[in-house]
Design a protein around this ligand. Structure first.
Ligand code: SME
Length: 137
């Protein structure tokens, strides 16, 4: 909720940089957890606006990562039963938890219009992005 240091703007810049420079990253956003409410809240994004700005823990790919603390790579969203559809153009998704002082405080979520585009290289890269982002929070 606090934004006295401009971290929201910097998060938005990170989203825009990733979305514009990596061809298979069509939507990029950061969700952060409200531990008391057990919900995720969209703080910054690049790409089409989404209705899903608040997601309960456990719901969808994002909500599952909030409780598992693990990377979730979805090569084909149609094969997932616990999935929240944002757009019919989305074919695949990757969600990587963001840790601050060892605690899962949020995540980066990326949607792609391509089927099965995410590799282990994306996972390592996005883990690094999250480590860098944690430093500005
Ligand atoms: N598809 C996500 C919801 C967020 S949108 O991708 C922006 C999910 O299943 O959690």
């Amino acid at each position: 909720a606090n934004n006295h240091n401009g971290s929201d703007e910097r998060l938005k810049e990170v989203c825009e940089l990733l979305q514009t420079s990596i061809a298979h990253y069509d939507w990029v956003g950061f969700y952060f957890a409200n531990e008391a409410e057990k919900t995720l809240h969209l703080k910054a994004f690049a790409g089409e606006p989404t209705d899903h700005t608040t997601i309960p823990f456990g719901r969808g790919i994002c909500g599952q990562v909030a409780v598992s603390n693990k990377n979730f790579v979805v090569p084909d969203v149609k094969a997932q039963d616990n999935y929240i559809a944002c757009s019919i153009t989305v074919k695949s998704e990757i969600v990587i938890p963001l840790f601050k002082d060892g605690k899962n405080i949020g995540q980066i979520d990326i949607d792609s219009h391509v089927e099965d585009p995410f590799s282990e290289e994306d996972e390592r890269f996005l883990e690094w992005v999250n480590e860098e982002v944690a430093k500005i929070l």
